[in-house]
Design a protein around this ligand. Structure first.
Ligand code: OSB
Ligand code: MG
Length: 385
């Protein structure tokens, strides 16, 4: 399996990289335990490589609230530290997408920034070769089940209205954001209103401590698929201790920053399920490695989301088509986030699934006029300087 991600193709000769910031309003505010988002300020990486081109989306948010990365810092580290290693000096002979992670390895962290570059390089190589992300990553399905992440609401009636709307749209699974003071009662209300068959899970985004174990065990009676990241990112052992005190399976998001960490967390008993987000782990190739590590240990995975535009969504949907993605992901349709997307929208099918793009690279067209109309800045970095 490792050869699938490491076995690279010939590099494309990158001439320049465009860094484009676009601002997209969200259709509704999205509140989590760490803050409220009303818009997405996205950094797009556009690789220009002669006859080919590639697009990558950086998932870093405006503020470092979900993780230590944030979009201005990501752009800065890309221009000051990452692109120089890919475009100048010793490596200006051209780096293949499969080699990017090792070339950038001396730079600590900044995984979302690295992931965006690797995705754009991969897209350029795959477009040149006429191969899809899905084929390159090892997809085995052409449609993927779609779930939706529902933010913290002002009241339980508002929450029930929101969930009801998403179920009418056809989403196959509901994830409720929780925090202390918004947990047992909203979960109870959703379970009572929509019944025992609803696939339901919760995400705390690190809002609890191990002292809350008995409180979190009150969620056990609701038959949740999982509780996502109840404790802080660094507290992997505490998650293992919590797992001994609750029956709901524990899923890690923020903590899982690499395949190595995934392996250790599983061995410690800290998680029974893993949320895979390519940005958080440094790219799609590392995401596939995490998929493989989990598959070998019978740990199911699902594809998380970071409110991506169609660029990131296209590649996420391809990843979610790998065999061990056995739970519906936070891969919602474009209109759950944006009135206007920068690609043709992903639309939820009557089967509650999104189609996996089959064309070369990410397999969706980037609508350059829309990108330009939403752009707040553009920076061009030339190779060989
Ligand atoms: O923790 O999964 C999360 C959005 C932004 C940052 C973190 C998270 C989320 C979501 C929404 O839950 C996922 C999505 O629909 O893209
Ligand atoms: Mg999460």
């Amino acid at each position: 399996m490792a050869t699938r991600v490491q076995g690279g193709t010939a590099p494309v000769a990158v001439e320049a990289v465009e860094l484009i910031r676009v601002r997209l309003p969200l259709v509704a505010p999205f509140r989590t335990s760490f803050g409220t988002e009303t818009r997405r300020d996205v950094l797009l990486v556009h690789v220009l490589a002669g006859d080919s081109e590639g697009w990558g989306e950086c998932v870093a948010m405006q503020e470092p609230l979900y993780s230590s990365e944030y979009v201005d810092a990501a752009q800065r580290v890309i221009t000051e530290h990452l692109l120089p290693r890919l475009l100048t000096g010793d490596t200006h002979k051209a780096v293949s997408a499969g080699a990017i992670a090792s070339v950038l390895e001396p730079i600590k962290g900044h995984r979302m920034a690295k992931a965006a570059l690797e995705a754009a390089w991969l897209d350029a190589e795959l477009r040149r070769d006429g191969q899809s992300f899905a084929a390159r990553l090892g997809a085995v399905r052409d449609r993927v089940p779609s779930g939706v992440s529902v933010g913290i609401m002002a009241s339980i009636p508002d929450l029930l209205d929101a969930v009801s709307g998403y179920l009418d749209n056809g989403y196959m699974r509901i994830k409720l954001k929780i925090e202390p003071g918004w947990d047992v009662e909203p979960v109870r209300a959703v379970r009572e209103r929509f019944g025992a068959d609803l696939l339901l899970q919760v995400d705390a985004n690190t809002a609890y401590t191990l002292d809350d174990a008995q409180h979190l065990a009150r969620l056990d009676e609701f038959g949740l698929l999982l509780i996502e990241q109840p404790l802080p990112e660094e507290q992997i052992l505490a998650h293992a201790k919590l797992a001994g005190q609750v029956r709901t399976p524990i899923c890690l998001d923020e903590s899982i920053v690499s395949a190595l960490v995934a392996e250790e967390a599983i061995e410690m008993g800290a998680c029974a399920i893993v949320n895979i987000k390519p940005g958080r782990v440094g790219g799609y190739l590392e995401a596939v490695r995490i998929h493989d590590v989990c598959a070998e240990r019978s740990i199911p995975v699902w594809c998380g989301g970071m409110l991506e535009t169609g660029v990131g969504r296209a590649a996420n949907v391809a990843l979610a088509a790998l065999p061990n993605f056995t739970l519906p992901g936070d891969t919602s349709a474009s209109d759950r986030y944006f009135a206007e997307d920068i690609t043709p929208p992903f639309v939820l099918g009557a089967d509650g699934c999104l189609p996996v793009p089959q064309g070369p690279g990410i397999g969706v067209e980037v609508l350059r006029d829309v990108v330009d109309s939403l752009a707040t800045s553009t920076q061009l970095v030339r190779a060989g300087a």
